[in-house]
Design a protein around this ligand. Structure first.
Ligand code: ADP
Length: 392
């Protein structure tokens, strides 16, 4: 077995990993796993490259924190990695600020810089940094590479990245950073394989998962996106509100007596599809429900996607292709149908059957704008970027 690349994606309550083996010019996924429910009762699942479950278990009592889970996971990784460890470790890092415009080879200085960015993404970045520290300790011989969710958007013009605030705030980092960049990078490269001339044109991609955002690309480069300073802006999401009038925040604090932390928790955890429906943050539950709240949540989600598509198409000066990706984008024929119905004025026409089959191309032959449903793969992009960085 050629030495594999290990990909690590550390979240606030989970550690996801993937093991890729170099295969010809590409990669073969060997294993994928997760420790979830960290902080409560952590649970481990390991799958093979086809998604078949190989093992699962609760972690031993007393293994609760991220550091403890990493220590435990090292033992499990020892069972699937070569004796001398992986060739390299690629990390998903949520925030690269304005300084990291591409993947970075990690050394002590980079860890410090990533740590300094923690206030910009307090719910994710500290865990990303702890994952890096854990892997540097576990595999001292393997180079570590940071791959950022924000880097893809650094090609945007200044107008797209600024707010209507005094410019000293922009200079000090109050910037529309944008997120989901690894997903956009992967999807655009897949579109380039499927239809190079389309990928080179004016494309809007909708990453619709538990978190959701949209991105306008011209020639494969980001020119505008819906998420901003944080991953709270733009579209409504599973539990996040998406963009709201900032005046609502002052109202919640003054009139409803919420603290800043309470408002933050409310907008991140109790809003979006969950808040509107009063039922669930999961699109599958909402689609299966006849409750009026569930209908309203799906309709509002689609309505906001239509509105944002109009805005992003304006930033592009027109639209050649619309791409749906991530859990909802890849699988929900209903959401694609509602969105495309709202965009018929742009010359979008769906092929109903192709849409219900989740085909790669879901637009009708005569549609002026081509519509795609392309599965994303953020872990694979990290494996590729990491390997490119090491061999550069
Ligand atoms: P994450 O951001 O956690 O990676 P995913 O990309 O896995 O999220 O997307 C999760 C969302 O995708 C959930 O709302 C889920 O309901 C939705 N989803 C997954 N499969 C389907 C499906 N077959 N139909 C509709 N929605 C789906």
């Amino acid at each position: 077995m050629k030495k594999p690349v290990l990909v690590i994606n550390t979240g606030s309550s989970s550690i996801k990993f993937a093991v890729y083996e170099p295969d010809g010019g590409g990669f073969k996924l060997r294993h994928k796993g997760v420790v979830e429910e960290i902080g409560r009762e952590p649970f481990y699942t390991l799958r093979d490259g086809e998604g078949k479950e190989l093992s699962s278990c609760r972690l031993e009592d007393g293994t609760r924190t991220h550091d403890e889970c990493f220590g435990w996971l090292e033992g499990r990784l020892g069972e699937i990695l070569p004796e001398d460890g992986p060739s390299s470790v690629g990390h998903r890092v949520v925030h690269g600020g304005t300084g990291f415009t591409g993947p970075a080879l990690i050394d002590g200085g980079v860890v410090e810089r990533l740590s300094e960015l923690e206030p910009l993404a307090p719910l994710r970045q500290p865990y990303n940094v702890s994952g890096i520290r854990a892997m540097m300790k576990a595999y001292p011989g393997a180079p570590n590479v940071a791959c950022f969710d924000t880097s893809f958007h650094r090609t945007q013009p200044e107008l797209a990245q600024m707010f209507g605030l005094p410019m000293e705030y922009y200079e000090s980092g109050v910037v529309r950073y944008g997120f989901h960049g690894l997903s956009y990078e992967y999807v655009l490269s897949r579109l380039g394989e499927i239809s190079p001339e389309t990928a080179a044109g004016r494309v809007v991609t909708a990453h619709l998962g538990a978190g959701a955002s949209m991105c306008a690309t011209l020639g494969g480069k980001s020119v505008a996106t819906t998420m901003g300073f944080t991953a709270l802006d733009g579209l409504p999401m599973g539990t996040r509100s998406g963009g709201i009038d900032p005046g609502v925040i002052f109202y919640l604090q003054r009139e409803k007596g919420m603290t800043a932390d309470e408002v933050e928790g409310f907008l991140y955890k109790k809003s979006g599809l969950l808040g509107i429906s009063g039922l669930s943050s999961d699109m599958r539950d909402l689609e299966a429900s006849a409750a009026p709240g569930a209908r309203l949540a799906v309709d509002y989600f689609a309505y906001r996607i239509v509105r944002e598509t109009g805005s992003l198409a304006a930033a592009l000066g027109g639209l050649d292709a619309l791409v749906f990706t991530a859990g909802i984008g890849e699988n929900s024929a209903l959401v694609r149908e509602k969105v495309c119905a709202g965009l018929s004025w742009l010359g979008i026409e769906l092929d109903g059957e192709a849409n219900s089959r989740n085909d790669l191309v879901v637009s009708a032959g005569k549609s002026r704008v081509r519509v795609y449903a392309i599965p994303t793969d953020e872990e694979l992009v990290i494996a590729i970027e990491t390997t490119n960085m090491i061999s550069a």
